[in-house]
Write a protein that binds this ligand. Structure first.
Ligand code: GTP
Ligand code: MG
Length: 198
């Protein structure tokens, strides 16, 4: 099989403070900050992942979870090939909010979007409010991939993006979903950058 380079738009959604920016920063730069600033509007990052003979360049939109930015979200999830919906395992409200985002994506998102549900802050086990079994059941019922992560300890962060990459690759073998651009012959290396949008 010839080498493939795929570009995939990926959006992160979820309540404020659940750790969306922290997950992206961990994945793209290997960094974590105890006092991560709340996102204003959205932030853009890109990161390339090698999967055997395929390279996937993720074009990542890290959205702001504050309610006043909700109306901007469709700009970022429209045409996205994949979404990560993040909740905080220590907050039941954030899990309820995650389920609302999933409903919105099912109604208005890209058909056949690869969706992952991430229960973040898995390092805070003692404060857990959402059981993994409950999230797993919900994910199974809705055809999502579920994983618990910690941006702080890096637990399962690469695994999360890797699994999305694998699923996008599989989907692309059947038919390219929207938001997946094939760029054969283009060689990408693990470059990363970020900038911010208002
Ligand atoms: P908004 O941009 O407001 O939507 O928030 P966000 O979802 O981007 O959350 P952010 O990454 O800013 O993280 C919020 C707070 O949670 C920060 O103080 C982080 O340091 C902390 N945090 C993020 N991920 C983890 C984690 O896995 N474990 C722990 N213990 N803290 C985390
Ligand atoms: Mg943020």
């Amino acid at each position: 099989m010839s080498p493939n380079n795929i570009s995939a738009k990926l959006v992160l959604l979820g309540d404020m403070g659940t750790g969306k920016s922290s997950l992206v920063l961990r994945f793209v730069k290997g960094q974590f900050f105890d006092y991560q600033e709340s996102t204003i509007g959205a932030a853009f990052f890109s990161q390339t992942l090698a999967l055997n003979e395929t390279t996937i360049k993720f074009e990542i939109w890290d959205t702001a979870g504050q309610e006043r930015y909700h109306s901007l979200a469709p700009m970022y999830y429209r045409g996205a090939a994949a979404a990560i919906i993040v909740y905080d395992i220590t907050s039941l409200d954030s899990f309820i909010r995650a389920k609302k985002w999933i409903q919105e994506l099912q109604r208005q998102g890209t058909p056949n979007m690869v969706m992952a549900l991430a229960g973040n802050k898995a390092d805070l086990m003692a404060k857990r409010k959402v059981e993994p079994e409950e999230a797993q059941t919900y994910a199974n019922e809705n055809g999502l991939f579920f994983i618990e992560t910690s941006a702080k300890t890096a637990q399962n962060v690469n695994e999360l993006f890797y699994e999305i990459g694998k699923r996008l690759h599989q989907a692309q073998l059947m038919q390219p979903p929207q938001g997946l651009l094939l760029a054969n012959g283009r060689k990408e290396t693990g470059s990363s950058n970020s900038c911010c949008l208002k």
